[in-house]
Ligand binder design. Structure first.
Ligand code: GLU
Ligand code: MG
Length: 466
């Protein structure tokens, strides 16, 4: 029998009364699977107390679901047996602005005896955040959300619109252009208002490069909170879009070969209230631990791609000179480096941070923050150091010049990235056998599913999955 996990806080009864007073009738409990899909169980809001005490049942089979809902069994998971309990995080119960009558909460997954499910991605992220805390680090993270918005056709979404021209955009203005904001001002106002009333602090909202593409950045938080936030942000954008007769795609490659949607991960390191990105007399302002942490991430990037770029579609996005960070290098304010150090102005309140540019929204954000922390801590443990930073676009250098500077291309297929993840000792130790095995099984299945597909087929099949 599942019991209430010790971490559960807050008064479920009081919360249920508040939801009732707000007219909330249903509560959506989400968790994100290894293919990056937010899966859900919804309960009547009046059952919140029971859910907080005893959890809500859900099969462990979803840990090996692919992005197209196929089951890809691993050594540990994938059969029809067993059941798990979803426990809502009561601290994150949020009334949804664009889905009247609904509230949302992220869930942690436990077995029926009340023990943590070994493949629970959210608890994995929390364990890694706790390791960082134990190493004396205060880590702040945040995700950028990019999406492409089209008009929603009356019927099912177009399966094979292979060019931007074939998709029906509600705006025609240029990249980063004010015209797009004017064309969609009601929609964009509703996006930012919905996020704000839901307690997500919006930092910026702007049109992006590709047709119909926009971006919102939100305030950083602790790693689990940042991962929760990106789920909430995405589902809110989806809901607001629908209310405007629009459809949002967060897919890595909406149109093959074009600029895609990234979901860059930002992180900053602090200790005892001091930024480790502002160390006096240190190279690039990085305190030794910050340098080692970032070097750990840089070194693990080939394996991390199997987490942050988890779909064959991810590799359509990863083109040189598309600001997607396809080379294993770092740079100071360099948008073509996979790891970008953002120093900002010396008096920026932000205190400086770094950005993993390569990741996209098909990634499970809990796995993304957890594995990045594991890689960074491994860098600290092994005393890793950063090579010289890359200046300019490595994509325009000749092969020989890149080799001379020691800049290598990150994996250009999911299969290659998965091989690297399989062999990565620090990441497999951090994930544990069950979660590591499930991730590998899903990646191998995604790779096999699209082995014979061309780029257009992959983009069309995955366009509306995230
Ligand atoms: N859309 C680009 C990507 O695929 C990123 C643009 C930017 O730097 O914000 O990641
Ligand atoms: Mg962007």
């Amino acid at each position: 029998m599942a019991s209430r996990p010790a971490e559960q806080r807050g008064d479920a009864r009081q919360l249920a009364a508040r939801l009732d007073a707000e007219g909330v009738r249903n509560l959506a409990l989400t968790w994100v699977d290894n293919a990056g899909i937010a899966r859900v169980k919804a309960i009547p809001a009046q059952r919140l107390v029971q859910a907080a005490e005893r959890g809500v049942g859900m099969s462990p089979v979803f840990d090996v679901f692919t992005s197209e809902d196929q089951i890809s069994p691993s050594e540990h998971l994938g059969g029809p047996d067993g059941d798990l309990r979803l426990f809502p995080d009561l601290d994150r119960v949020t009334t949804l602005a664009a889905q009247p009558g609904w509230a949302w909460a992220p869930a942690d997954r436990y077995d029926q005896l009340g023990l943590p499910h070994p493949a629970c991605q959210r608890q994995f992220a929390r364990r890694m955040a706790e390791r960082a805390t134990a190493a004396g680090l205060d880590l702040r993270t945040g995700f950028e959300t990019e999406w492409v918005v089209t008009r929603a056709p009356a019927g099912p979404p177009p399966a094979a619109a292979d060019t931007y021209e074939a998709l029906d955009y509600p705006c025609a203005g240029p990249a980063y252009g004010m015209t797009r904001v004017v064309e969609l001002s009601d929609y964009l106002r509703d996006v930012s208002e919905a996020l704000t009333v839901q307690g997500v602090e919006v930092l910026q909202l702007h049109p992006e490069y590709a047709p119909g593409q926009f971006e919102v950045t939100t305030a950083p938080g602790d790693p689990v909170r940042a991962a929760d936030d990106v789920v909430l942000v995405r589902e809110t954008i989806r809901a607001v879009s629908q209310r405007h007769g629009l459809r949002a795609s967060f897919a890595p490659s909406v149109v093959a070969g074009e600029v895609g949607n990234g979901c860059h991960l930002h992180l900053s390191l602090h200790r005892d209230g001091e930024s480790l990105h502002r160390a006096a007399d240190a190279e690039w302002g990085l305190a030794p631990d910050a340098q080692a942490f970032l070097a750990g991430i840089l070194g693990a990037l080939p394996a991390l791609l199997a987490i942050g770029c988890p779909s064959p579609a991810s590799y359509l996005r990863l083109q040189p000179s598309h600001w997607a960070g396809v080379y294993q290098c770092w740079g100071v304010e360099n948008r073509e480096a996979a790891l970008r150090l953002i120093t900002g102005a010396p008096d920026d309140l932000d205190g400086g941070h770094a950005e993993v540019k390569t990741f996209d929204a098909a990634a499970n954000p809990y796995l993304a923050v957890g594995t990045v922390i594991a890689a960074g801590l491994h860098g600290m443990e092994t005393g890793a150091s950063l090579p010289a930073p890359t200046v300019g676009d490595p994509g325009v250098l000749g092969v020989r010049e890149r080799a001379r500077r020691g800049i290598v291309r990150l994996p250009s297929t999911l299969g290659e990235a998965t091989d690297r993840l399989e062999k990565s000792a620090p990441l497999s130790e951090a994930l544990g056998d069950v979660l590591h095995g499930a991730v590998l099984a899903v990646r191998r299945a995604e790779e096999a599913r699209f082995a014979e597909s061309d780029a257009e087929e992959i983009a069309a099949a995955t366009r509306w999955r995230w």
